[in-house]
Design a binder for this molecule. Structure first.
Ligand SMILES: Nc1ncnc2c1ncn2[C@@H]1O[C@H](COP(=O)(O)OP(=O)(O)OP(=O)(O)O)[C@@H](O)[C@H]1O
Length: 407
């Protein structure tokens, strides 16, 4: 076993301690405090996403961890070694990094760039040995960059260059990878492939910390998230724990809905349009189902209108949309007729709302129930097609009467 491999094993074998420990870290840049008294630990073998708004200090935290950024106060250890006491070569054996932006305007080939990842492992005047060549080839292969390995780095696209930088970090064969926006310039195919690759690496006792702006991808591919805001790590835990509406709205200062994606079964963070400054105080009750009812909910919510919807089958696609936008739902089992409770809830909702919107065609149950509900004609709206929705919502926001029964 050569010293490189021994070093790697030393670092990965001490599994009882976290791979990263940050204690009371403070960093100021340009006279302003960016991180203040931050403490967190990162366990081995995980993919940890660092999320947070622009300027929150994600890059500053990652650069403190990989030893390339300043630390004013506090202590950081990686694999038990104090970052501030590690030499550059030792750090490079512990942490492979992909920075947010790198100028690679000099004339190296892609392969030469990836070979640079082996520098910490070879002696100053030594040549690459069999292990080095194997690591470089494996890194090129896994990142699907071998097909242009002999091209100049200046002659590949931004997304391809990003993958080359991931390959260079992989070739370094470190127990910790720190990636600053690894998917920033990647198309959806390469973004998901890169994060799938990251997942596979992490399951091999390698820890990955990645700043990720796309919260949906972060939820899908990370074991754990660190939410950075206001100079601190304000939440840490599984994506389901961290991606709560209150925490995300506080950190990003925008309204969000966080439904579960039906395809990936992970959280999706959907920013909602800001409620207009003259916040609409109108409420609606929507009677209808399916896609058109969903469009009415979204359009109403974007205009700051709140309210309720029903009676809906529990399995109707509009239920999730209504819940995500804070609309109350009156639901019934798809297999049985609505209960008395449901019926009285519908009557109460129609009475309480400033407006009632019927999404045509109504199903038989709602048609029958509505015939027994009295709604004044100036509160009664109907939509039959998508292009009518905005007109109805605008009229409600303007607090107009329903002069006609439909648009
Ligand atoms: N060299 C510097 N001098 C002064 N201020 C700096 C410097 N580098 C960064 N900052 C400031 O520090 C804060 C945190 O920057 P950082 O790059 O860590 O944020 P970030 O969360 O990674 O942001 P983004 O999501 O936009 O990449 C920002 O307000 C930034 O303007």
């Amino acid at each position: 076993m050569n010293t490189t491999a021994a070093n790697f094993e030393d670092a990965t074998n001490a599994t009882e301690e976290p791979i990263v420990s940050v204690e009371s870290l403070s960093v100021s840049l340009g006279g302003s405090t960016v991180l203040s008294d931050v403490s967190c630990t990162i366990d081995r073998g995980r993919v940890v996403g660092v999320i947070g708004p622009n300027g929150a200090g994600k890059t500053t935290l990652l650069r403190a961890i990989n030893g390339t950024g300043p630390i004013d106060d506090g202590e950081i250890t990686v694999a038990g070694r104090s970052v501030s006491r590690c030499g550059a070569t030792e750090m490079a054996r512990l942490v492979g990094s992909v920075p947010q932006s790198t100028l690679l305007s000099f004339s190296f080939t892609v392969r030469e760039i990836v070979e640079m990842g082996r520098h910490p492992h070879i002696s100053r005047f030594g040549a690459m040995d069999h292990d080095d060549v194997r690591a470089v080839e494996a890194a090129l292969e896994t990142t699907e960059t071998s097909q242009f390995a002999d091209r100049q780095i200046t002659a590949v696209s931004g997304g391809e260059r990003q993958r080359v930088l991931v390959a260079r970090a992989l070739a370094q064969e470190t127990p910790l990878l720190v990636l600053d926006e690894p998917t920033a310039s990647l198309d959806i195919n390469h973004a998901t492939r890169t994060l799938s690759l990251v997942r596979e690496l992490a399951s091999e006792e390698r820890t990955v910390i990645a700043a990720i702006h796309d919260l949906d991808l972060a939820a899908r591919y990370c074991d754990e998230l660190l939410l950075v805001a206001s100079g601190d790590v304000i939440a840490q835990g599984s994506p389901a724990e961290v991606l709560g509406e209150d925490a995300i709205e506080a950190a990003f200062e925008t309204s969000v809905a966080i439904p579960t994606d039906p395809v990936t079964a992970t959280q999706r963070v959907v920013p909602l349009s800001s409620v207009p400054s003259n916040e609409c105080e109108q409420t609606v009750h929507i009677v209808g189902h399916g896609g058109l009812a969903r469009d009415v909910i979204v359009s109403a919510a974007e205009s700051g209108i709140t309210g309720s919807i029903g009676i809906l089958s529990k399995t109707d696609s509009a239920v999730d949309t209504a819940t995500a936008h804070g609309f109350e739902t009156i639901t019934t089992s798809p297999l049985s007729p609505p209960s008395e409770q449901c019926r009285s809830d519908l009557v109460r909702a129609c009475d309480k709302a400033d407006h009632v919107i019927a999404v045509q065609p109504l199903d038989e149950t709602n048609r029958e129930l509505l015939s027994s509900v009295t709604v004044d004609s100036d509160r009664w709206w109907q939509v039959e097609q998508t292009d009518e929705i905005r007109s109805v919502i605008f009229a409600i926001v303007d607090n107009k009467d329903a002069r006609i029964n439909s648009y």
